[in-house]
Write a protein that binds this ligand. Structure first.
Ligand SMILES: *[C@@H]1O[C@H](CO)[C@@H](O)[C@H](O)[C@H]1NC(C)=O
Ligand SMILES: *[C@@H]1O[C@H](CO)[C@@H](O)[C@H](O)[C@H]1NC(C)=O
Length: 384
């Protein structure tokens, strides 16, 4: 009887201690997340003494994620769902005082729905890249006018990997095209891209807003995504195996602050600067215009085929990419169009009066972090 009583008291005490620990952690996070809650932190000086180790600020990669979780005047959006304040201003990972313009708070529910805020994981750790071949999903999108190309692209994947998981998003494809595809490719999953939860202009396929949104949708379900534009075909066998090996070797390198989880394959043959509408920098400030012009470090890579592994860094990067896609001007600055004119055949240091939409944005985000395109440029471009 007495033993039982002691046990009950012990268990109660343990539960009490665990609960108070968690509520303290939660409070502590809230104070750190909202430093403007000065009253709260002043009231509890014993907690505010537990400051985040600020020397970690010298590690921009992690601290950029931290920075986006810290509030800052004019950047916070209050979540209806969680009550939390979410910072919708991008911070340059190279300069934590260089902060972009706030994205519209109206987009926050979309981010939450896409798991781009407080993503529950699990995250890829690259310890075993063997699992990639089993878990990867190829993803593409096509409208009627790229139907033939999309068919060739899908064929090329199934030719190499007959059991591949392939999801094709229909951008208003005709019903007959969808049925033909399903007939031709028994295993394909065709999804109609539903823009009803997104702003109206996401329906304009020529602004390429669909790509970040589709990647985010699929990333909710899959850890490894291989994006294929409709006109891209795999030409050489062994792509996934060779890439898994490259990724495994790369992830042993320690010259970046986070492991690189996003890879491009095809060089665009011009710099980031050549296709940069400057207004993009108001959202995503750069630490160096000369880096954006530098053919040795600031080249732009094609967004026609991209590999994504779901890590915290990927979720963070896709979040900004999606926010840009949801913003009318970020993804489609006034005057943006795809036809470039390189003055004096200079493909690097002069503006070519063109824009690469999704590609310009994702490249800028990656270059801001890694400062050298070669780090996220796979050597396997010749497989396509
Ligand atoms: C803060 O972090 C740095 C590097 O991560 C470490 O060397 C240092 O000991 C830490 N300081 C404290 C007080 O935890
Ligand atoms: C960091 O950004 C701030 C604000 O844009 C700027 O004033 C400062 O010069 C930048 N620092 C460096 C080292 O580039």
């Amino acid at each position: 009887m007495r033993d039982k009583l002691i046990l009950v008291i012990g268990v109660t005490l343990a539960i009490f201690l665990i609960l108070s620990h968690y509520s303290e952690v939660t409070d502590y996070e809230n104070i750190e997340v909202h430093p403007r809650n000065l009253v709260k932190s002043n009231e509890k000086p014993q907690r505010s003494s537990k400051v985040i180790n600020t020397s970690s600020e010298s590690k921009p990669a992690q601290s950029q994620i931290a920075a986006s979780q810290r509030s800052s005047p004019g950047c916070d959006c209050k979540s209806e769902k969680s009550g939390k304040h979410i910072n919708l201003c991008y911070t340059d990972p190279q300069n934590l005082t260089s902060i972009g313009k706030q994205f519209d708070c109206g987009h926050l529910p979309i981010l939450e729905k896409l798991n781009l805020v407080d993503n529950p994981g699990p995250f890829v750790d690259f310890k075993s890249t063997d699992e990639i071949s089993k878990n990867i999903v190829f993803v593409s999108a096509t409208s009627d006018n790229h139907y033939e190309q999309a068919t060739n692209s899908i064929s090329s994947v199934y030719k190499m990997y007959p059991n591949a998981k392939f999801i094709l998003y229909s951008l208003s494809l005709k019903e007959t095209c969808i049925s033909q595809l399903k007939e031709k490719f028994e295993k394909i999953e065709v999804r109609v891209f539903d823009t009803s939860g997104y702003p109206d202009y996401t329906n304009n396929w020529m602004e390429y807003r669909f790509k970040p949104l589709i990647v985010a949708e699929v990333m909710k379900e899959y850890e490894y995504i291989w994006w294929m534009d409709a006109h891209i075909s795999v030409k050489t066998a062994g792509l996934i195996e060779a890439f898994s090996k490259e990724l495994s070797e790369n992830s042993k390198k320690t010259d970046t602050r986070v492991q690189i989880p996003i890879y491009f394959f095809i060089h665009s043959s011009h710099s980031n600067f050549a296709t940069l509408f400057k207004s993009l920098l108001t959202f995503f400030p750069t630490n160096s215009i000369s880096l954006l012009k530098d053919p040795n470090r600031g080249a732009q890579l094609g967004a026609n085929t991209i590999f994504f592994a779901r890590t915290k860094y990927t979720v963070e990067t896709v979040k900004w990419w999606v926010l840009c896609a949801l913003d009318q001007k970020c993804m489609n600055p006034p005057g943006a169009q795809v036809y470039c004119r390189f003055p004096d055949n200079d493909r690097n240091t002069q503006f070519a009066n063109c824009y690469r939409f999704d590609q310009s944005v994702l490249n800028l985000l990656m270059l801001n972090e890694f400062q050298d395109y070669k780090k996220y440029h796979s050597k396997l471009g010749s497989y396509f």
